[in-house]
Design a protein around this ligand. Structure first.
Ligand code: VTB
Length: 333
């Protein structure tokens, strides 16, 4: 895979972040998502690939852009599969809260786990705790093992977990064990990656989130030598049937990062709002700055890129929105 593709992908996530960056705090998550999707799709047209979206915004009829099966890229001969989340954390963006990112990942054909848009239980750590996690073990045991691997105390560890009723028991257990907890309202891809970044202040990401987000996180962790275990969470028979139709027959299977994202993979993300991993889009007179991460599994080179964009010279990148408010629904599961 051409290594320059990595930088091409940053252009794609930058464009998405700049587009939805204008919607931060405007209370309209659909519009923010639309802006990111359109910008990502447009920029992908310039990238030298023949890509197929395998993880995207949904099925063709429910998502006009970047739907699963959509062909993207300029038609060059490199055939790849694409996973996108043009705005991971739509509610975060709409509320102007921390942790929204624009992200894309690329794998050789067939490299990403093919699963429905459903829940996935995940535990992710950085290279320093590789081999220390076990999704079947109690949270306390994982904490102890990660602490030993990292040469610190459980009290020094920070665990990021989605703030959902389904995690109440785990959160209680983590607190009892003495770990520090960072509850997040949405967006579990960025903290999984942050766990693999020395000095980010995040040691583990765990809990039940989206399966597509799990595949994106796994791609990034493969590029960083981090470790992840995951298991699909089926809520009903329909989900089992859909998964079976996609070739999944072992419903209890534990997936490692290497099973979720196989072969030579590339990952890029740009911050939309500030987070543990990336800073958000910041505007200045005549332009804006973005903060991105881009990496490849082949070399494990991790680049953080700070870019200054000047709208007088790239007017396409700046899209000021009309104002409109849509409430963000409360979480119950
Ligand atoms: C996570 C998170 C997403 O969905 O995967 C979460 O990363 C899981 O679903 O940003 P619930 O919201 O139903 O708990 C998001 O929060 C939104 O897609």
């Amino acid at each position: 895979m051409d290594r320059n593709l990595a930088l091409e992908l940053v252009r794609v996530t930058e464009a998405a972040a700049l587009a939805c960056g204008r919607w931060v705090g405007k209370g309209n998550k659909e519009a923010a998502d639309d802006a990111a999707v359109n910008a990502m799709r447009k920029t992908l047209e310039t990238v030298g690939i023949s890509g197929t979206v395998v993880i995207g915004e949904g099925e063709m009829d429910e998502a006009p852009m970047l739907y699963i099966g959509e062909k993207v890229g300029n038609g060059a001969h490199t055939e790849v599969d694409i996973a996108v989340d043009p705005l991971e954390g739509t509610s975060i963006c709409a509320k102007g809260m921390n942790g929204a990112i624009a992200t894309i990942a690329l794998a050789p054909k067939g490299g990403f786990l093919h699963a429905p848009d459903m829940y996935m239980e995940k535990i992710a750590v950085g290279p320093g705790a590789r081999g220390a996690i076990d999704i079947n073990a109690p949270a306390t045991v994982n904490l102890k093992n990660v602490a030993v691997a990292k040469g610190c105390r459980v009290e020094d560890l920070t665990v990021v977990i989605l703030d959902r009723p389904r995690h109440d028991k785990t959160v209680k257990e983590l607190r009892k064990a003495g770990a520090r907890i960072h509850l997040i309202s949405d967006g579990d891809v960025a903290p999984a990656i942050a766990a693999a970044v020395e000095g980010s202040g995040v040691d583990l990401m765990m809990g039940i989130g989206g399966a597509p987000e799990g595949v994106l996180a796994a791609t990034a962790l493969r590029c960083m030598g981090g470790d992840m275990q995951a298991r699909l969470v089926f809520l009903n028979q329909e989900e089992r049937d859909r998964a079976r139709a996609m070739g999944i027959d072992d419903f209890d299977r534990i997936y490692r990062a290497e099973d979720l994202a196989r072969g030579e993979v590339v990952f890029a993300a740009t911050g939309v709002t500030n987070g543990d991993l990336l800073r958000g889009v910041r505007y200045f007179s005549g332009g804006a700055s973005t903060h991105s991460i881009v990496m490849r599994s082949r070399t494990r080179t991790v680049r953080f890129i700070e870019t200054r964009h000047f709208f007088d010279f790239k007017p396409r990148l700046d899209q000021a929105p009309a104002t409109q408010e849509t409430p963000c629904p409360a979480k119950t599961f």
